[in-house]
Design a protein around this ligand. Structure first.
Ligand SMILES: [Zn+2]
Length: 413
């Protein structure tokens, strides 16, 4: 399936062993390729239809952002602190008991007013040290305009998908639960999912998701977090709110260094679900009349999602939303930027040290399926500058939390 999928215009080249899965049956690879091609066409159309975001419906988000930026400016000018700016224990949503089973229902979460980061917390980034300009990084200077355009396209696609959606949240969760069974039975994951040895990781991820899930748009989706006992450094999402983290992403030193960075990766995956990226392919199949899928066929599609067959536009949108979620939860967006910069350095280092440096080999799976890390760092910088809140002075980092797998909600360092 991956081999066939790779003939499509966007899906990256697959690992060779995966090609074996594509021998028989309906040519899902081609179907997925077509879907991606259709997505690209929609993207191009959206760009043509809404070239000027300022005057079109596509510009609604930009206008809203401008307003936020304006409000931020006003906020930073005011010298007196309102009560809203002071620490409040209620600003951290209560952890539901279901986290021990990796389950979080956003409807059960609520966040009170005030700041979530305690005044005596040490592992923080001060807001006034978080500042970027496109000129500060030569690569960003070239990318800035490009990512602006892509971002608008992303919103247009998103609006298109949402406005024409025929799959309800309940239906999506049914598809997702069937898909989860198929992932569990898939040869490459069999016996590795939600093992007792990784129960602590699973609880940690689900707990960390709590302050992030407050920001989701689709409150009727219940999220289920899973672990895969495998050293691969990656994470992925499938329909119905099932999100998977490989052991590698939780254990590799220097790849992720603190809770804010892990929260960024987690928020990225949550947004593949919240923004309907994971259900889009099923939406398309339903529309073209290919409605009766066997479990095995659903399985092939969702196992392919482990390789992130999302478009660059969807990746950008998931990152953009991840930064917004981090800021809302008062986790440091600077750490998300730093993570991508570090990964870019590791990637470049790996490339210079040919033949295959272990660092490169480790990052290979991730880079084959995601946008370039430099590009993602630039996007994260830009969104950070647009969405940083004037009333928040300290954003949480949590290096010790990440090492000890104890969320900020339990203890702030
Ligand atoms: Zn992604």
């Amino acid at each position: 399936m991956y081999a066939r999928a790779s003939r499509g215009p966007v899906i990256p080249a697959p690992p060779p062993k995966a090609a074996r899965a594509a021998k028989k049956g309906f040519p899902w690879g081609i179907a997925i390729g077509l879907v991606v091609a259709a997505g690209t066409i929609v993207a191009i159309l959206a760009l043509v239809v809404f070239p000027d975001s300022g005057d079109s419906k596509g510009g609604k988000k930009s206008k809203r952002k401008d307003k936020t930026a304006q409000e931020d400016d006003d906020g930073s000018k005011s010298k007196s602190k309102s009560k809203k700016d002071e620490y409040s224990a209620a600003a951290e949503p209560a952890i539901p008991p279901s986290v021990s089973d990796g389950r979080v229902d956003p409807k059960e979460l609520s966040r009170g007013e005030g700041r979530a980061v305690k005044p005596d917390a040490k592992e923080v980034d001060l807001a006034n040290t978080i500042s970027y300009s496109a000129d500060s990084d030569p690569y960003c200077k070239d990318q800035a305009r490009f990512t602006d355009i892509l971002k608008e396209v992303g919103y247009n696609i998103d609006r298109e998908l949402r406005s024409t959606s025929t799959i309800s949240e309940a239906e999506e969760m049914t598809i997702g639960d069937a898909a989860f069974q198929e992932v569990t039975n898939a040869k490459e994951f069999r016996g590795k999912i939600d093992t007792p040895a990784m129960a602590e990781y699973r609880r940690y991820i689900a707990e960390l998701a709590v302050p992030l899930l407050v920001s989701v748009e689709r409150k009727n989706m219940v999220y289920k977090f899973h672990t895969i006992d495998d050293p691969t450094m990656n994470a992925f999402a499938i329909p119905g709110g099932h999100i998977f983290f490989f052991r590698g992403i939780l254990e590799k030193p220097r790849r992720i260094e603190n809770e804010a960075q892990l929260a960024g990766v987690l928020a990225h995956e949550i947004n593949h679900v919240d923004k309907r990226h994971t259900i889009a392919i099923f939406e398309h199949l339903k529309r073209i009349g290919a409605t009766s899928r066997t479990g095995e066929e659903i399985g092939r599609i969702v196992v392919a999602m482990a390789r992130h067959p999302f478009s660059t536009t969807q990746e950008d949108e998931a990152d953009t939303m991840a930064v917004k979620f981090l800021i809302n939860a008062e986790y440091s967006p600077k750490q998300f930027v730093t993570m991508w910069q570090t990964w870019a350095e590791l990637e470049n280092k790996g490339r210079r040290n040919q033949p295959v440096d272990p660092l490169e080999a480790e990052l290979e799976g991730l880079l084959a399926t995601h946008s370039r890390p430099e590009r993602r760092a630039c996007n994260a910088m830009r969104v950070t500058m647009l969405d940083k809140k004037a009333e928040v002075e300290r954003y949480y980092v949590g290096s010790t939390n990440y090492k000890q797998r104890t969320t900020r909600a339990r203890r702030q360092y």
